[in-house]
Design a protein around this ligand. Structure first.
Ligand SMILES: [Zn+2]
Length: 484
């Protein structure tokens, strides 16, 4: 039980004190205290390299150039599409040119959804067009569209409570009151209206489904995103209205007028389409079989060019790997960059990775994905299960503190959506919490483009990823509790 963590809150509070005070002497005192518990932690030399990497990153990295290249030369890259294949070709080319080891694509097959045409309009009482987009995975409507009256529900909960058959032959609309938050935590709750809503509406008899976009902006950009049809329930077409258009529907409905509308979707599914994960590495000098995973997802939705979701993550993590390589540093363990395919449509790349690397997962030391836009990191958490893991986490936190990053007490597993299949297999994670107050203004919209990103904020992220990946990979610290 000595490996199992003790009072991590206490340790983290101490880290915050150290962060404020700063200085090498305090880092050394951290080393002394870890030595006293028998853990090796990071060597003085390794910490010095980490500090150099951090400082170098803050003077400018390749992150912005990488995102700009991906979003310009490939653009939108929907999972399983030819565009996503071009993104893999772009990644292989770019990673090879940067001189990384083990550059390869690991393909897998999937059913690829395609959007062809879409639209909606109010027929009565006030005829006018609406800004809408189909949810990813939506079945098509008949060619002439669906014509019907709208049943308005303020929340998904209201729809769930509606009696069976109460919306038969109608288009169910669900609103919400999602607010912007720094950590984006409200998304998990509100996006159920998008993912689960269509089947709930169909189970009550609805012929079509409409939501207020799961977003926080007030622009006429509808937000797409995946839905999940439930087995055994009719699949109905589903769309998202931009926030101002959702306001319009609610205003008319509040007037007690029946809103009569038409919506149309043309979409199709391509079975056995190709996707893949793209990998590049810096090979470990002593324990190459031990893997520290960083990365981002390569696919995007089809409306914008996927700059904040998740071109930013691709730029940040690729630039971090490049920074370490260009410093001529060879860590003890392997640092592996994984650019996951088909994240948006259900973490398909992450699931394929888990299957393809099943035998090696016990040697995956820790993972962290960057998938929350390009905002600055403000908090750092990890689900370390060991004292030595906690101690190394504090050394990382101490080096990141001057950039405004504080260690948090939340040690729930996380570290990015593509890590969930790995978490289920026991891989520990570290999470760089980015400021996401404007993330859901742009998320999954046509407005997700590279002009929204700030190079200096990306560089701050690169510094954090480089310090983390380098320090863990250059150590022999384990974050997993020993098997009982
Ligand atoms: Zn994403």
């Amino acid at each position: 039980m000595s490996q199992v963590k003790g009072d991590s809150m206490h340790l983290r509070n101490r880290a915050m004190d150290w962060g404020r005070a700063g200085g090498v002497g305090l880092i050394l005192s951290a080393l002394v205290s870890t030595a006293a518990t028998g853990a090796e932690g990071a060597s003085r030399e390794s910490l010095a390299h980490a500090e150099t990497l951090r400082n170098r990153a803050l003077t400018g990295t390749s992150a912005m150039t990488i995102v700009t290249s991906l979003t310009t030369e490939v653009g939108p890259r929907l999972a399983g599409s030819d565009a996503e294949a071009r993104a893999r070709a772009w990644a292989l080319r770019t990673l090879t040119a940067k001189g990384f080891a083990g550059v390869r694509s690991e393909p897998f097959e999937m059913d690829a959804w395609q959007r062809h045409d879409e639209g909606a309009e109010i027929i009565a009482p006030y005829p006018q067009p609406l800004a809408v987009t189909a949810l990813g995975g939506s079945v098509p409507t008949p060619e002439t569209g669906l014509l019907g009256t709208v049943a308005v529900f303020e929340t998904l909960e209201d729809l769930k409570r509606a009696p069976a058959g109460s919306v038969t032959g109608r288009i169910a609309y669900v609103g919400h009151a999602m607010q912007r938050t720094q950590d984006g935590s409200s998304y998990g709750y509100f996006n159920e209206a998008r993912t689960a809503g269509p089947s709930i509406a169909a189970s009550k008899g609805a012929m079509g489904y409409l939501i207020r976009s799961v977003g926080t902006d007030s622009h006429r950009f509808p937000h797409t995103g995946s839905l999940r049809y439930q087995e055994g329930i009719p699949r109905i077409p589903a769309m998202a209205l931009s926030n101002p258009d959702a306001d319009q529907i609610e205003r008319i409905a509040a007037d007690k007028s029946d809103v009569r509308m038409r919506m149309w979707v043309d979409s199709s599914e391509r079975p056995a389409a190709q996707s893949g994960n793209v990998i590049a590495e810096i090979t470990g000098r002593e324990a190459p079989e031990e893997i520290v995973v960083i990365g981002a997802h390569l696919d995007s939705w089809d409306l914008g060019t996927g700059a904040i979701d998740d071109g930013a993550g691709v730029g940040i993590t690729m630039a971090a790997l490049e920074l370490i390589k260009d410093a001529g540093l060879a860590p003890r363990r392997t640092i592996r960059l994984v650019l996951w395919g088909a994240e948006e449509v259900g973490l398909l790349g992450a699931q394929a990775y888990r299957k393809q690397h099943e035998a090696a997962l016990a040697q995956h030391v820790i993972g962290s994905e960057s998938d929350f836009g390009g905002g600055r990191v403000w908090k750092l958490t990890a689900d370390s299960q060991t004292e030595e893991g906690d101690a190394l986490f504090l050394e990382i936190a101490n080096l990141l503190a001057p950039m405004g990053i504080a260690p948090g007490s939340d040690d729930q597993p996380g570290g990015g959506p593509d890590l969930y299949p790995l978490i289920a297999a026991g891989v520990p994670t570290l999470r760089m919490h980015q400021d996401g107050r404007d993330y859901f203004d742009l998320h999954h919209t046509a407005d997700d483009t590279v002009d929204k990103l700030d190079a200096a904020a990306l560089d701050q992220n690169v510094a954090a990823f480089a310090v983390f990946a380098w320090l863990v990979a250059d150590s022999d610290v384990t974050f997993r509790a020993a098997a009982p």
